[in-house]
Design a protein around this ligand. Sequence first.
Ligand code: GLC
Length: 657
Amino acid sequence: MIQKYVFGHPFETDAVVEKISPSEGMPAYGKIVLDNGFSFAYEMNEEDIVYGLGEANRGINKRGYLYISNCTDEPNHTENKHSLYGAHNFLVVSGKQTFGLFLDYPGTMKFDIGYTEQNLLQIQCDDADLDFYVIEGKSPYDIVKQFRKIIGTSYIPPKFAFGFGQSRWGYRTAEDFRNVVRGYRENHIPMDMLYMDIDYMDHYKDFTVNEEEFPDFKAFVDEMKEQKIHLIPIIDAGVKIEDGYDICEEGKEKGYFCKREDGSDFVAEVWPGWTHFPDMLNPEARKWFGEKYGRLISKGIDGFWNDMNEPAMFSTPEGVARLKNYLKEFLEEEKEAPGFRLGDEVRSLANNAEDYRSFYHQVDGKAVRHDKVHNLYGFNMTRAAGEAFRELAPGKRILMFSRASYIGMHRYGGVWMGDNHSWWSHILLNLKMLPSLNMCGFLYTGADLGGFNADTSRDLLLRWLALGVFTPLMRDHAALGTRDQECYRFSNVEDFRHVIGVRYRLLPYLYSEYMKAALRDDMLFRPLAFDFPEDPMAAQVEDQLFLGKEIMIAPVYTQNAKGRYVYLPEEMKFVKFLPDGSILQGTLERGHHYVNIALNEVPLFIRKGKKIPVVEPAECVDDIQMESMEMIGYQEGEYELYDDDGVSTVAKTVEEF
Ligand code: GLC
């Protein structure tokens, strides 16, 4: 059962698609105070677990920390961070009382989950204008499924997007791209997608390509297609300010950019230098921006990633002026030991709260200050694209994922987990975000495998890929200036060929489970406790997940480990894909086990009585031989396979397939 309470005058976010009539009075759980903004407090039991919050730091059980919904360009995902790129205000309290909450509020919102006081859940925001949903159900899993129903069907990418993709910030020339494809194809490491980071553009101008490098871009896209490679260009939120750049000129003329209080176009620095931000919340501007994707679609492009859409800013002219004043005063006064303060002052140029308060959107003829609706920007950039795709490529699926997001965006695209590091701890963070994101509707997701920032190592990349085998988005991506991270750069490439090959062997299963999860408003990844609510041990497990209805995953995320401990809430088959192509299967009893897993092996567990399809490895999704399918696991089981052409949009429900 879902109840909706309306406080004040909420901004229409479009997160929820089902009409729910508001209830009178106050919700049955916790205490709400409306005196000074909005606050909610709930006394938790020692044993209660809190799930949710989507793309957030720390554990699957969110207890013990302060999380702040405020889409942030955060390049250091260290434990002390309160905000990442997404704002997903859905959580489930499980225990003494079990209920779900969704706080539909597009500004900054704080979730203090036993951080200030160990047993107190406190939620707070500055304006008492929000829709507050309370969801009751049989279990946390049931509550999530009810919630997923009201926020609408999750985005469905084309089937090729379940292949492996290579990315790197720094590929610039046509030859750079060709070399990567050569590296993969010559080494027979499977691959379907090659990502184009900002350097494919002409001076980082959205929807342009560097014509010196790509004089005939369509021919280049076709050349890649002949090798069964989809090129996936990046699109950034900021539009370069430049005379003669038509998108900048049109946007200015039509009034489609975010404005300062005085009505002038707001200016912020991003990769291209000074930019304007398209007003993604204004439906007309959104339509205009969305149509621009057509320029690349007409060249044969069938996928994009939307970036810097928190929106991220390196500085603003106002911020630079503030800094100059500070420096002037500072130098005049000749203070001693300036370093510490000065460093802070310079760093505060980027993503500054004052700047976020200084520009406006046009919504229904009214100016809305950005900070009040900040968390909707990335959502609406991706929605601009998603809505336009229906016109630009009718009936066809286009790959789309974004960095910033809000609940509701899951209908238009997926998310990647942003700028992680080549750290072992980030494999685990990647795993923990998967079920939480699924709870909030985001099914197409994954992290930069191998790590984005800092130098990777061969073992880290292999172990991370063995998790990536299971994440819908499987992409190796690295930052400019870091060590080469393409799989063929490392010794014994056969190990990479094998590990990524396992992805393709499992692809019919992974695709089938994804599609069923999307069409049935279900989760693809679940914490163990969702399926074993009565098992107290299952509730403790934070490094294993169920994937679909048949398997459990338990990746190795410790350097130099030869295997790992696992907890099995029921008897299962332990399956290892060995480098010689064979599949080892053994039965393990319910309970704790140590399992050996070499660096070049991919483990999974098949649940009692279940079986899954596997096929022969292929070098791209198109080449998968469905005839080679065999079933592994408990042979007496049944498996419900979903399949389709992988490109046409799917409007029907899964029951009809
Ligand atoms: C941002 C993105 C990253 C990208 C870089 C350059 O940091 O998160 O993925 O490589 O910008 O475009």
